[in-house]
Design a protein around this ligand. Structure first.
Ligand code: MOS
Length: 764
């Protein structure tokens, strides 16, 4: 069965149309690092993203959006839209087909309230207020324009000071808003010096290259196929089914290629539900592709914060207290609060430690997770405060961090499952040449630019969910793995195949991976840097389980050279089983299957953390980032000229993918430090720079020479693979390192991100 009316190139259309051939390319000195399985399909254009997909009798959808941030839609000219050639239907809150579950209802922490045209209230600018269906995308867009909404606008509350104070109990997804260890007031009172840093961070948008897109087609009254990029396809398929009143398993989400998610594709959002609903109502497949501007508001962002850090410094440059206070912007209709305070809770040895979050509800779209949610903005502020404190203590920034090195988790007192941060500091400092850093300003280079060196510590938690996988060994000596793993560019397809092959003790080139669909075993969400640990462990365990079955078959078979060897006496290697006591006696997997008359054996595997380890240890990836800046006051130019990051992330499964992830993290840090900011018009509440011209992200010319290193780290507790996360740790520490390099060059302590050249020049 094929769902598609388009020709399949490169990809194998067999089961779900999502299987890629094993990549034959290899690189690296050991010749053992598999290249991306999706690489060829992507560079040749054969990889189909959701918006690329076609269907017979397809209708196209476009949204009309709110031009102001607060008020009410009084009227829409649906007659004008419907009169436009090609327009088939217009949905507004007045005629939108009913849903089985109200979109305001929250039955799951990942189930945010999003607009599914449930009422005419405007809660933020850019909010979808009507949906137009037409024969072409152009007709749909024109129909949406013709709706010319009449709005009863109210003054928007978009900034911190205009927001309504709100005290959440939880921040992020499941974390407490407040915590205190020891007595911070006493710790500050006992300090020899107290430094205080206040920093504001802006709203930032994920800006994935691929826009959110949905193609919905009904293959029966209880069978819905959604092609849409998503970081948690099994979970989201279940939520969509709930809205549409469908039984479990009725919705399939296919998400083979994701052109960047970063958290914005972690959730369900209104367009998904409405596209499915429209397709059912009109009896035709419907495709919705959000415009770039429509990705600013309805699909989440990183919330702006105001943060205040107070650090008490005692004798020998030891911290006596750390107080991290965060006020984050929240929407008026959802409860997600940026958990910035968490960045300071597990990193430095402090006897008196506190974090406090509060929020201001404003008329902006709801924030969600964005790459290192909380840690990215919290770390940027914390690392600046640490440099201010180091200066007050008269210590080099690295020496100050080392004098406050946490041997156990300061927030919980637990030992770390592993922590090679000292090695990161040493390796990063060595590669950067940090030992030559003068304590005073560095002065100017030959071109008259002010030079500065700064550093920051990286830390990100090791998340694990519960994931499942299925792995088969076939009679022809090949293998296959099936898992709803999510490859959003990080390399999951390649690494999950490696993990399955490792469990099988086989060459990954002999293994096909089928992935990217919600009907496959649930590999859990790709988020929180926990996907490889979770899905990879499941794949590896499934492979091991298949091999155990082969061993049982062989050792029970009198015709096998392994007969009677017992499970513990058999070694699996490179697709073969042999006796532990005599490696010359053995046979291949296919020989075992052939004699047993079996076409295949199927192994099942689960990836999850051992409960006792979860409770007993603090688990984090770590790193140290070093940056150099050059500031030209005459040209009003500020550049990062080089960055070095050294990371400890447990076992490195694929150095090629890891390097790419860590470099991406450093670039996100640079972007945080110098570029990104959504600007809101206080009069209308609209985002003034809702496009890639006005919203700055670094271009190639902004990215200097990047060096990423990994240090050896063995972790027996984090999971069976010894794998920590690499997706988010690189953004932490790096924005702070750049801010601190600017401090070193100029003496200017930033009070807001992104750091603006005009703020720096005003200080000089
Ligand atoms: Mo992410 S912010 O873990 O998708």
């Amino acid at each position: 069965m094929s769902h598609d009316s388009y020709p399949m190139r490169v990809m194998d259309a067999a089961e779900h149309g999502l299987t890629l051939p094993a990549a034959p390319l290899r690189y690296g000195s050991g010749g053992k690092v598999p290249a991306r399985r999706d690489g060829l399909a992507k560079v040749t254009g054969a990889a189909l993203y959701a918006a690329d997909r076609q269907a017979e009798a397809l209708l196209h959808a476009a949204f009309a959006t709110a031009p102001v941030a607060r008020g009410r839609v009084v009227a829409l000219d649906t007659q004008a839209a419907l009169a436009h050639p090609g327009v088939v239907q217009v949905y507004t809150p007045a005629n939108r087909p009913p849903l089985a579950q109200h979109p305001d209802e929250k039955r799951h922490p990942f189930n945010f309230r999003h607009e599914a045209l449930q009422d005419d209230t405007i809660r933020y600018a850019g909010q979808p207020i009507a949906m137009v269906l037409a024969e072409t995308p152009e007709a749909a867009a024109e129909g949406a324009r013709l709706l010319a909404p009449e709005i009863a606008a109210e003054p928007p509350r978009v900034d911190h000071d205009a927001g309504t104070p709100w005290q959440p109990e939880m921040v992020g997804f499941f974390a407490p808003a407040q915590a205190e260890v020891g007595d911070v007031a006493r710790g500050l009172a006992e300090a020899e010096q107290v430094v205080e840093v206040e920093i504001e961070t802006p709203d930032q948008f994920h800006n994935a290259m691929e826009p959110h897109a949905i193609l919905a087609r009904w293959e029966g009254p209880e069978k819905l196929l959604l092609d849409t990029p998503n970081q948690g396809p099994v979970m989201i398929a279940g939520l969509v089914a709930g809205y549409l009143g469908l039984p479990e398993g009725a919705v399939e989400i296919r998400t083979p290629f994701i052109g960047g998610g970063f958290g914005s594709k972690l959730m369900i959002y209104g367009a998904m539900i409405l596209t499915a609903l429209a397709a059912r109502d009109l009896g035709r497949p419907v495709k919705t592709v959000l415009s770039r501007a429509q990705m600013y508001g309805p699909v989440g962002h990183r919330a702006g914060t105001r943060q205040r850090l107070r650090l008490g410094i005692g004798s020998g440059g030891r911290l006596t207290a750390l107080d991290h206070e965060v006020t984050a912007l929240a929407s008026s209709f959802e409860d997600f609060v940026e958990p910035s305070g968490h960045a300071s809770q597990h990193l430095y040895a402090v006897p008196n430690l506190a974090m406090r979050h509060s929020a201001r509800r404003v008329d902006r779209g709801t924030p969600v997770a964005m790459r290192a949610p909380g840690e990215a903005s919290g770390s940027a502020a914390l690392e600046v405060a640490m440099d201010v404190a180091a200066e007050a203590a008269g210590l080099d920034p690295l020496a100050f961090r080392l004098s406050n090195y946490a041997e156990t988790d300061p927030a919980t007192g637990r030992p770390f499952s592993s922590k090679a941060l000292r090695e990161c500091y040493a390796a990063g400092a060595e590669a950067f040449g940090w030992a030559g850093r003068p304590a005073a300003r560095m002065g100017r280079d030959a071109e008259g630019r002010l030079i500065g060196w700064g550093m920051g510590t990286s830390q990100y938690m090791c998340t694990m969910y519960r994931g499942e996988a299925r792995v088969k060994v076939h009679a022809d000596g090949t293998a296959s793995a099936a898992i709803a793993g999510v490859d959003m560019g990080q390399g999951a397809w390649t690494i999950l195949a490696q993990c399955a092959a490792e469990g099988l003790s086989m060459d990954p080139e002999r293994l096909r991976l089928t992935s990217g669909s919600s009907v496959l075993p649930d590999g859990a969400v790709a988020g929180g840097s926990g996907h490889t640990a979770t899905a990879g462990m499941a794949a590896s365990e499934a492979g091991r389980n298949a091999v155990e079955q082969l061993i049982s078959l062989a050792t029970a078979d009198p015709a096998s050279p392994l007969f009677g060897a017992g499970n513990s006496g058999v070694v699996a290697r490179d697709g073969r089983l042999s006796r532990a006591d005599d490696p010359s006696r053995g046979e291949s997997y296919s020989e075992v299957l052939a004699r047993a008359g079996l076409a295949e054996v199927e192994g099942q595997g689960v990836g999850e953390r051992v409960q006792a380890h979860r409770e007993g240890y603090a688990m984090f990836s770590h790193g140290a980032v070093f940056a150099e800046v050059a500031i030209d006051p005459e040209l009003a130019q500020m550049r990062v000229t080089r960055m070095v990051g050294a990371f400890a992330c447990g076992r490195i499964l694929n150095p090629r993918m890891v390097q790419s992830q860590l470099e991406g993290g450093l670039i996100w840090g640079l972007s945080f430090a110098l570029h990104e900011e959504a600007q809101y018009d206080p009069a209308t509440g609209r985002i003034l720079n809702a496009d890639l011209a006005g919203y700055h992200v670094p271009a190639h010319a902004d990215i200097p020479q990047l060096t990423t290193l990994t240090v050896a780290e063995e972790d027996p507790y984090v999971n069976a693979l010894g794998v920590k996360g690499v997706g988010e740790v690189g953004i932490t520490g790096s924005a702070g390192a750049i801010a601190n390099a600017i401090r070193h060059a100029t003496g200017f302590t930033p009070t807001r991100f992104p750091i603006r050249i005009e703020d720096v020049l005003a200080h000089l």
